[in-house]
Ligand binder design. Structure first.
Ligand code: CA
Length: 534
């Protein structure tokens, strides 16, 4: 009886749609199932309609992935996916948002700070903080364990519009992203020439000089490139070894002092000394001639000719062998060895999933999303699963401990296997899950060990600029200022490394920073920082 009434209601509704808009196809969102006080699995299967994107390596129907098959079984919720490859997704997503043909939610939504504010303002996506409070115990627990994430996902208007992706590998100054590129030095060449590991800037210069002039690779050719780098190229820039000079530097030239003051490094006195050192190396012919314009492929093609170079993982440049090792922090003029952090917190993506205003099943959707924040589910969604009889598995399940263990990769690239089998989306992996819910991926564990030995002990200042949430007005103001500011600062930096003259041009440079509104920029960054951490 109940069923036939419902059927009738749908017919009436369908009729209305037909009358109202005769060209309209099937709705891109689900009907209202009127489900309340939901527990999984549902007694009768229902369907939600999500839009998403995936890797070209993954099956085009996400439901073919074992993780989603299991999730459908556990919940009784069938997801009808509108899936696009990463390349096509952005345009399709924006088109749907512009036309109002909205799915129930967007999974792997790729929403930036700006997108979230724009589409919440026009009513395409809805605030979710009440859903979190009422229906999402797993996610709520994550936010209780790490209150900083609540502040990273709370918009300046006080609402939360999205579900984030959180991947902690290490925490605080031990997090895997505490710095970007590591300095990799050619220890084979050090050995060949009978040289010690350099410990200060003068010694490094001498070592690089020896690499240049003493044929450390023994082929009789002067083909060595003492320092391989991409100037202003983030992980490939030499800033990481300059921490002991002045206040040091990082990719966006921004640090937060121990007192919580935001500073622009590229206008500090010590900045001049860093540039002068790099200029000296350049004039001695120790820095790659191509350091100022090369792309990634050119950079890595010379990997075995470098004496020292900078990048996240040496495997990408000189291979996973013992030829290169980390150069320990150098002693500066004050006798200290210091590493400056990069900004940004842990692995964090604010806009991983959004619920649209077309969604008529909010409790159901929230409870489904909350499953993704269950620890053992999050781990699989991020990296892949276990027990797949049709292909290679990332994990095996230790049923006794209820814990996932990484399996040997047997030559498969970790990224490739992850992309084939994981589902990504909103999830949270906290540091304390390692050893209880899952083992750590080998590539991450390797880097974390290196950081612990060579980097973490030398970080003297624990503050950094976190994942703040700007307002639309702030984004506009920052964009206006930053485009010209960074363009100018990085252009001058490259010029000075090549041509010197920083002392002569310094006052004029500071005046130009003034004109580019560095004061407004600093004030804005300071305000937003304080709003985020307090
Ligand atoms: Ca040579």
């Amino acid at each position: 009886m109940k069923k036939s009434l419902k059927f009738l209601a749908i017919l009436v509704l369908f009729g209305t749609i037909l009358v109202g808009c005769s060209n309209k196809k099937e709705s891109s969102s689900s009907e209202n199932y009127e489900l309340k006080d939901i527990t999984f699995p549902l007694e009768e299967k229902v369907t939600l309609k999500f839009m998403t994107q995936s890797s070209p390596l993954a099956p085009s129907d996400p439901n073919e992935k074992l993780i989603f098959k299991r999730l459908e079984e556990q919940t009784g919720v069938h997801i009808e996916w509108q899936n696009y490859t990463r390349e096509a997704f952005g345009e399709k997503r924006n088109l749907a948002l512009a036309s109002g043909e909205l799915p129930d939610a967007i999974f792997d939504a790729g929403f930036s700070n700006y997108d979230l504010l724009k589409y919440s303002k026009d009513g395409s996506i809805i605030p979710v903080e009440d859903l979190i409070d009422n229906y999402m115990p797993n996610f709520k627990k994550v936010l209780e364990q790490r209150p900083e994430y609540r502040s990273y996902i709370t918009a300046p208007d006080g609402h939360i519009y999205s579900f984030p992706w959180i991947e902690e590998l290490g925490h605080g100054i031990e997090r895997i992203q505490v710095i970007g590129g590591l300095p990799w030095i050619n220890v084979e060449w050090l050995n060949n020439l009978g040289l010690e590991m350099p410990t200060d800037y003068e010694e490094l210069k001498e070592v690089l000089m020896a690499f240049k002039t003493q044929d450390p690779n023994g082929n009789g050719q002067p083909d060595e490139i003492p320092m391989g780098t991409i100037i202003n190229g983030w992980d490939q820039d030499p800033a990481i070894i300059l921490g002991s000079i002045g206040l040091g530097d990082n990719g966006d030239h921004t640090i937060v002092t121990e007192e919580g003051k935001v500073l622009f490094t590229a206008m500090q006195e010590g900045y001049k000394e860093q540039i002068k050192y790099l200029n000296e190396l350049y004039e001695l012919g120790l820095i790659d001639e191509e350091a100022f314009e090369q792309d990634w492929n050119t950079f890595i093609s010379k990997g075995d000719r470098y004496g020292l170079y900078f990048t996240w993982d040496k495997a990408n440049v000189s291979g996973m062998n013992d030829k290169f090792d980390v150069l320990p922090p150098l002693e500066g003029p004050t006798g200290e060895r210091i590493i400056v952090q990069q900004n940004g917190g842990v692995g964090f993506d604010r806009g991983r999933m959004v619920i649209t205003s077309a969604n008529k099943n909010l409790e159901l959707t929230a409870k489904w999303i909350d499953q993704l924040y269950e620890p053992i589910q999050s781990v699989q969604n991020n990296w892949g699963t276990y027990g797949d009889t049709t292909q290679q598995n990332i994990f095996e399940l230790d049923e006794e401990k209820g814990m996932l263990k990484h399996m040997p990769l047997e030559g498969t690239a970790p990224v490739e296997l992850r992309e084939k089998t994981n589902v990504a989306g909103p999830l949270a992996i906290l540091e304390e899950y390692y050893g209880t819910v899952t083992t750590k991926p080998d590539d991450a564990a390797w880097r974390l060990d290196l950081l612990k030995e060579y980097i973490v002990p030398y970080i003297k200042n624990e503050n950094y600029y976190p994942h703040v949430y700007y307002s639309l007005e702030e984004i506009e103001e920052l964009t206006r200022i930053e485009t010209d500011l960074y363009d100018f600062v990085n252009r001058k930096r490259a010029e000075w490394i090549r041509n010197g003259k920083i002392d002569e041009e310094w006052d004029e440079y500071l005046q130009q920073l003034d004109k580019l509104k560095i004061d407004t920029w600093l004030q804005l960054k300071q305000e937003v920082y304080e709003r985020t951490v307090n």
